[in-house]
Design a protein around this ligand. Structure first.
Ligand code: GDP
Length: 179
């Protein structure tokens, strides 16, 4: 099946996003190893797609060894998976993307992976600031024209249909094109 990777710093709302996305879809976790923070988790989406839950980053309190292990795992995954059809990068809509977020975006682009950026927890921001927030996120990440930004809330469900439209489209185009 096509795979979509979900990445973001710890606590950004990745589990909440995935739970929200699959509440209208049947879901089964096909492989899960204790220590969720250390391993990739694969969610089988209606036998059509895998969501690959990548452990959260944001390494302030993590040892050098753990950081290196994480980097090696991500690198191995991103550089070898032929079924990877795109990545969802979550950022917190209340703040500018962090240096770690920018690095992760650049990393994904280095591997030529299509990226959907999701500005999550948007229910905690004012509607009046929406356009400014979106512009600032795009600017901070230096978002490619071909990559999309969607504002999302796991609380209200805002943005869910737009996210699914992107996921469905990615699942139906070819596998990764980074050879
Ligand atoms: P993860 O570590 O990235 O998987 O983050 P979680 O999904 O566990 O969410 C971290 C915290 O943020 C939890 O307290 C969630 O309830 C909260 N949260 C996640 N998404 C949203 C959202 O869209 N809106 C609000 N208001 N809170 C959220």
């Amino acid at each position: 099946y096509p795979e979509i990777a979900f990445v973001g710093r710890s606590n950004v709302g990745k589990s909440s996003l995935i739970n929200r996305l699959i509440d209208r879809k049947s879901m089964a976790r096909t492989s899960s190893v204790p220590g969720k923070t250390q391993t990739l988790n694969f969610y089988d989406i209606e036998d059509q797609l895998y969501f690959v839950d990548v452990p959260g980053y944001g390494f302030a309190k993590v040892s050098k060894a753990a950081r290196a292990k994480f980097a090696a795992m991500i690198e191995e995954y991103l550089s070898t998976r032929q079924q990877l059809h795109g990545a969802v990068l979550l950022v917190d809509a209340r703040h500018l993307p962090s240096a770690d977020d920018v690095s992760m975006y650049q990393y994904l682009k280095y591997f030529n992976i299509d990226v959907l950026v999701i500005g999550t927890k948007v229910d905690k921001t004012s509607k009046a600031r929406r356009q400014t927030i979106m512009r600032d996120i795009k600017k901070t990440l230096d978002l490619n024209q071909t990559d999309q930004l969607i504002m999302f809330s796991a609380e209200t469900g805002e943005g869910k249909d737009a996210v699914w439209a992107w996921l469905d489209a990615q699942a139906n185009i070819g596998g990764n094109h980074h050879g």
